[in-house]
Design a protein around this ligand. Sequence first.
Ligand code: HEC
Length: 96
Amino acid sequence: MRYGILSTLLLLGLVLAFGQACASDPQAASPHERTALHPGERIARRRCVSCHALPSPARRTAAEWRSILDDMAREANLNAEEKALVYEWVSSSSRR
Ligand code: HEC
């Protein structure tokens, strides 16, 4: 009986750990994306792709991004916090 409870707990632990592994972002599949995505990138991947492909941050300067996001945050219905996170992401890898 005692071992029964122990192995049940062990099994539960394994199931929980496995569930965690499967709950990770299914889009983060390619090797360089396996590390945690910037929260701004995660927002962009969900919200900026309904009308066009995900834009590459490196193709614009931070200043260009500032004005693009003024338009596109409205298109994607981002709130101020989401917009700031997306800006943080694009500007951190923008063209210099
Ligand atoms: C509701 C549709 C829609 C959504 C959502 C949307 N966009 Fe756009 N986006 C457009 C359209 C239409 C254009 C092309 C016309 C234009 O430049 O205004 C565009 C153009 C762009 C361009 C090129 C602009 C330029 O000046 O060359 C970038 C970069 C861009 N979007 C980024 C984003 C980002 C980042 C998001 C998410 C925050 C986003 N878009 C969400 C519709 C959308």
